[in-house]
Design a protein around this ligand. Structure first.
Ligand SMILES: [Zn+2]
Ligand SMILES: [Zn+2]
Length: 159
């Protein structure tokens, strides 16, 4: 079961207080757009959204707030092919992998029980107990809108 935005914010607030940090208006605004918004947002996208609420927010504040959320286990940070950090809310007991389009940047989530159990089987065959894994599939999606991007510059990876 996924938490509501309100529950996420409460968790962030108590995490900050436990660590002697303040729950500032800026941090609250950033966390709110993060938990309300789309998954896999970049720092720049989070900054644009947060600024609509608190014009005083700068890139460094977004950067530090997202680091705090990730350190507290409240957000998951991904580095997909473009090397930009992207964040999604951490949901307890939830796991998924990603397919990323190199042309339009679309990100699809999936979970496949066969892949999951094969990975565990391979790890234990090699003498490992799995603590985590990341699986990222890259390609070009077959959306018509995405195909229209073709020819608009081959070396343009828009993620
Ligand atoms: Zn695409
Ligand atoms: Zn995801």
């Amino acid at each position: 079961m996924s938490l509501s935005t309100h529950q996420h914010l409460q968790r962030f607030r108590s995490y900050l207080l436990r660590n002697g940090l303040k729950y500032t208006r800026q941090r609250q605004a950033i966390a709110e757009v993060f938990y309300r918004g789309n998954k896999h947002l970049s720092l720049q996208e989070l900054l644009d959204l947060a600024r609509e609420r608190e014009a005083s927010i700068g890139y460094a504040t977004v950067y530090r707030t997202m680091k705090l959320l990730a350190e507290g286990g409240l957000a998951v940070e991904h580095q997909f092919a473009d090397g930009q950090a992207r964040y999604e809310p951490a949901e307890e007991g939830e796991h998924h992998d990603h397919i990323i389009c190199l042309r339009c940047g679309r990100i699809v989530e999936f979970e496949d029980p066969v892949i999951e159990s094969r990975q565990n089987a391979i790890a234990s065959r090699e003498g490992f107990r799995v603590s985590s894994h990341k699986l990222e599939i890259y390609g070009e999606c077959l959306d018509t809108e995405c195909r229209d991007l073709e020819g608009s510059g081959d070396d343009d990876v828009v993620l």
